[in-house]
Structure formats: structure tokens, C-alpha cells
Design a protein. Structure first.
Length: 577
């Protein structure tokens, strides 16, 4: 009590001295204002300004501040004033921000990246010292709260890592989040949680997967599911002690529903058979009801690993465009499947073939602008050298048997060359100067139609004469392009706004065997994506094998604990052209 009275009296005396000095020499008087006379808000402002003008944020010594590109502009906009209310003893905004940091774990984020430990320490110290806290503590807390918002909002909006730094064949849409505007709105209207939620992807697929992530996290916290012991294949009507563990495993993942009167046994019943088939369907396995090596391996992936897999795919959702467009074509490379979506309520899908591991199908978004009917195939040089010429060297009749023409070069004026004039045994494949073209026909590698969206990867969708390959479970056989099981159905949907292109007209044009280009009256967005975990509209959680080992690489990048948002922030959401 005596100390407070002394401070007040001292403050009044200093103020009188300052007033008298300012009359005589204002510039000199300012230099002699004691800190006790300056309000806490002004002292905090001075601390913030000092850090901003130095261009160096050293909050609490070791705490890494990552929003260095945004923080200075934000605090300059606010004339270096603190914004979280701590200088006035107001804690609500800071408490909500700390709660939001912890809640970010439910989105697959790592809360430790957003300063929770240091912020809790600072807030505790400021409250304990109130009403005379250390101004540096208050300024550090203000800066770290701001940095936590910017970093978390940036991660929720655009992801923690930049996929283009991880994968050479990945070109996704960029995002340009207005982080300063978001924080201003949040602090002005008291809507911190709402502003952070606004940064989340708007797609229902993201939110369904986020719910699945929390579900698998809960299963893991409760101990996971039992491991099914190794042994011989299990199938319908078998009896084995291992079937009891199998039933328990399927029950935990909801593949085998158990009612109040249900029980598990050592018999492979019809109910267990149905559950195994459902599990196999969800995991992209051969649906035969037999628990063989591949099904057993999938069963024994832990709940922790499945939760981590869903978190990786939540990150991928943050990379893509917020507006996929209607209608649009979406290919999930890891699922070997194409979906055409015309509206929120209508979609259909078909099986596809994607690039083999050595020639991976890239990930990017573009627009289908035209179709080519009865296309000729100008064989890419890499495929010609690696795949076709070795066959020709073995058998010079290979070109004729596959309807291929040898041309003198790649220009428009290239002339046909008789393959018999080439001594194939002496050809240097690596420096082969000619070009190969496969003429339209039933054996053409592109089939009868291709769908064009010009891109730097020279990738497109097309028909194929090799229909039997669609019966395979894993369908990574191409050189990067996507082969379609039902190309005519996709063509009719893309051409649907043009009344002259109905099914009979399209069939007639194809049967003419003439190469023809049809430009779409409405370009249709196409998204080549890579999901190893997703949830259907019906709520079924699906997992797929990571055919290109992209999950492992992303997991390693996220484990580096770097707080900086790695996702590329562009001025507008455009794809790589």
C-alpha cells in the first residue's frame, strides 16, 4: 500500500517537473521522462517498435518467430501498439488463442509450433506481476500471440510444407491468405476461432477426413485394435483361434457391426466374410473374402499409423484449389480412379490406369479444352528410345505390326522413311535422329479419343486398346498419362452443352477413322490428385497403398518441426502453366 502511494506521489511530482521543463525546452524534457510516468501501453509500444525497426524478433531469447514477413507490416499498420489487450489486464483474446492452439491438434497440426509453452509462461508471469508487469514480457507475449495466429492461420490455409519442394512432378494451386486482415477482423469482432476456421479448406471431403482423423486418434488413445496373428489364409467356413482376433479387429474398425446380442467365435461365419469384404473394398484390395498376406498386412497396420495417414492427406487438401469448379474431373492417382462431378449431388466414376513408379503421373490442376477423335500418336522421344527401339532392333517388323510410321524428323515437313532402309543392328539408340508416329486405328496406344489440357508435363487422358488391364487391382502401367476405361462416357458429358454432339454423332465421327479436333464450348477443370486416405459421401473411410512413396516423404518433412508455412503463397490461385 505504501509503495503504491509513493509511486502516485512520485508520478505527480515528475509530471509537474516535466510540464515546467517542456515550457522551457520541450525536446530536452522528453529525454528525461521516467518509465514510471509513461503508461504501460506506451512502454510496450516502445518495446514492439524497437524489435520491428531492428528487423529482429528475439522474444524470450530462443523462441523462433516465423512471421517475419507479416509482423512488421501488421505492427506498422497499428502504429506499433499492442493489440491483444494484455497491457490493460484483458486476457480473453489470449486465452482463446491458446485454446485454439491446443485445438489445432484436431486438424492434424502440431500445437508446439505455435509458442504454447512460452505464452503460458509469459501470461502467468504477467498476471502474477499485475498491475506492474515487465513491459518486455507484455511486448513479447503480444508479438508471440500475433505470430501464433499468423503461423497457424497460414498452415490451416495453405499447409505446412510446399509440395513442389518435395516432389518434382507436383504443381498445385497456390493460396494468398490475407493474414493481416483476418487478425484485424478477429480482434475487432472477438471472432478468433471463427477466423481460424475460415482458413480451413471448404471442401466436404476435408471435413469428413478430419472427423475420421479424430476417430482414429481416439482409437489409438484407447489402445488401438488387436493384431491378427500370422498363419495360413483364412476364409469362409474355416475354424481357427485366429478368427477370434480377426473378428475383434474388424469390430473396432466398424467393418463388423456388433449388436447387443452379437458374439465373436473361432468360426469364419458369413458375417465375418461380409466384414472382410468390406474391409478389402475400403483398402483397395482384391475383394474375395480371403484373409491372405496382403489383407493380413493391411489389418495389422496400427490405428496410430492410420491416424497419421489421414493427417498427411489433410495436409494435401490444404494445397489444392478452394474452388474445384462444376462440372469437374478429378483423378485420384493412388486409387486408380476418375470421378466426374457435375453438381454437389451428381457424380459417377470409372477405373483408370496411371503412371508406373519410374514414370509417375504428376499432380496438378488444369482445364480440358478440346478432344481429339481418332488421334495419331507421336511417340515421345523418351518412350521411343527406352521402350520401342529396343523392340525394333530385335524385330524390324515391329513397326509395321504396330501401325507405326518412321519419319525423318519432328518438323511439319518430315518425310516418311522406309524402315527397311535402316540397318537396325547398327543403330545408336541414344542418338536416333528420327521420329515415330502411330497412325489412328484399333491398335493405337491412345485408343479412339484423347482429352487435352496442354501442360508442361505433356500428360493427358486417353482411351486404350488394352482393356483387360482394368481388371487388375493395382493399375500403375502407363508412362504418365491416364488411360480411361469409359472414354466415350466422359466425352459425352464434356460435350453435353453442345447439342450437335450426342451419342450417335460421336459414334459416327469415331467410325469415320478421320482425325478430328473438337473444342469444348465450356472448358472443364481437371484435377490430378493423390489421396491415400479419404472419406466417401456415405461416410466410408478408405485407405490406399502409397504407390509412389509420397506419404513417407511428406511425413519426414512435417517431422522437421519447422514452424514456417512452406506452402507457396501466390498473389492469386493459379496453377503452374
Amino acid at each position: 500500500m505504501h509503495r503504491k502511494i509513493f509511486v502516485k506521489v512520485f508520478t505527480v511530482l515528475c509530471t509537474l517537473i516535466w510540464i515546467q521543463a517542456s515550457i522551457l525546452s520541450p525536446s530536452v524534457a522528453l529525454a528525461y521522462i521516467p518509465d514510471q510516468v509513461i503508461s504501460l501501453a506506451d512502454q510496450v509500444k516502445r518495446e514492439i517498435r524497437s524489435q520491428v525497426e531492428r528487423g529482429e524478433f528475439s522474444c524470450q531469447g530462443q523462441e523462433l518467430v516465423c512471421g517475419v514477413d507479416v509482423l512488421p507490416a501488421f505492427y506498422v499498420q497499428h502504429s506499433y501498439r499492442p493489440v491483444w489487450g494484455l497491457e490493460h489486464g484483458t486476457w480473453d483474446a489470449a486465452r482463446i488463442m491458446l485454446d485454439s492452439i491446443q485445438e489445432s491438434a484436431g486438424q492434424g497440426m502440431d500445437p508446439s509450433l505455435y509458442h504454447p509453452r512460452v505464452l503460458n509462461m509469459l501470461l502467468t508471469r504477467i498476471k502474477k506481476q499485475w498491475p506492474m508487469p515487465n513491459p518486455r514480457d507484455v511486448s513479447d507475449a503480444d508479438i508471440l500471440l500475433t505470430d501464433a495466429f499468423f503461423t497457424l492461420a497460414g498452415h490451416l490455409r495453405a499447409g505446412r510444407v510446399n509440395p513442389e519442394n518435395l516432389y518434382p512432378s507436383w504443381a498445385v494451386f497456390g493460396h494468398a491468405p490475407d493474414l493481416i486482415g483476418a487478425l484485424n477482423r478477429a480482434l475487432t469482432s472477438g471472432s478468433l476461432r471463427q477466423e481460424l476456421k475460415r482458413q480451413l479448406p471448404p471442401h466436404s471431403g476435408y471435413h469428413k477426413l478430419q472427423e475420421a482423423f479424430e476417430h482414429y486418434e481416439q482409437i489409438a488413445r484407447l489402445g488401438g485394435w488387436p493384431r491378427v496373428p500370422a498363419g495360413e489364409n483364412l476364409e469362409y467356413k474355416d475354424r481357427s483361434e485366429r478368427i477370434l482376433a480377426l473378428g475383434q479387429r474388424l469390430a473396432v474398425s466398424r467393418d463388423l457391426p456388433l449388436g447387443p446380442w452379437s458374439s465373436l467365435s473361432t468360426r469364419f461365419t458369413e458375417r465375418v466374410d461380409t466384414a472382410v469384404r468390406k474391409f478389402q473394398e475400403r483398402h483397395g484390395l482384391l475383394v474375395d473374402g480371403i484373409v491372405g498376406p496382403r489383407t493380413l498386412a493391411a489389418l495389422n497396420v496400427t490405428a496410430e499409423e492410420r491416424a497419421a495417414q489421414t493427417a498427411l492427406n489433410l495436409e494435401r487438401w490444404r494445397w489444392i484449389s478452394r474452388d474445384l469448379g462444376f462440372p469437374h474431373v478429378q483423378v485420384n492417382v493412388a486409387d486408380f480412379r476418375l470421378v466426374f462431378q457435375d453438381a454437389e449431388e451428381f457424380e459417377w466414376e470409372q477405373r483408370v490406369i496411371v503412371g508406373k513408379t519410374a514414370r509417375r503421373t504428376p499432380v496438378f490442376s488444369d482445364q480440358i479444352t478440346y478432344l481429339v477423335l481418332n488421334p495419331a500418336w507421336n511417340v515421345p522421344r523418351s518412350i521411343m528410345i527406352k521402350d520401342i527401339l529396343p523392340q525394333v532392333v530385335k524385330d524390324p517388323k515391329y513397326l509395321e505390326e504396330n501401325s507405326m510410321t518412321l519419319l525423318s524428323g519432328w518438323g511439319k515437313g518430315a518425310e516418311e522413311i522406309d524402315p527397311q532402309s535402316i540397318n537396325w543392328q547398327e543403330v545408336d539408340i541414344s542418338s536416333f535422329p528420327y521420329r515415330l508416329r502411330q497412325d489412328p486405328g484399333p491398335d493405337n496406344a491412345l485408343g479412339r479419343i484423347k482429352f487435352m489440357f496442354p501442360n508442361p508435363f505433356s500428360v493427358y487422358l486417353h482411351d486404350t486398346p488394352h482393356k483387360t488391364l482394368f481388371e487388375r487391382v493395382s493399375r500403375d502401367f502407363s508412362s504418365g498419362c491416364i488411360r480411361l476405361e469409359q472414354p466415350l462416357r466422359l466425352a459425352l458429358d464434356l460435350l453435353e452443352p453442345d447439342p450437335k454432339w450426342d451419342a450417335p454423332a460421336l459414334q459416327e465421327a469415331l467410325e469415320s477413322k478421320e482425325t478430328r479436333i473438337i473444342r469444348l464450348s465450356r472448358p472443364v477443370p481437371v484435377h490430378l490428385l493423390y489421396w491415400t486416405a479419404w472419406v466417401t459421401d456415405a461416410g466410408q473411410v478408405n485407405f490406399r497403398e502409397d504407390i509412389y512413396n509420397r506419404d513417407r516423404k511428406l511425413q519426414a518433412a512435417l517431422a522437421r518441426k519447422s514452424p514456417a508455412s512452406g506452402a507457396k503463397i501466390a498473389s492469386s490461385p493459379v496453377g503452374r502453366k
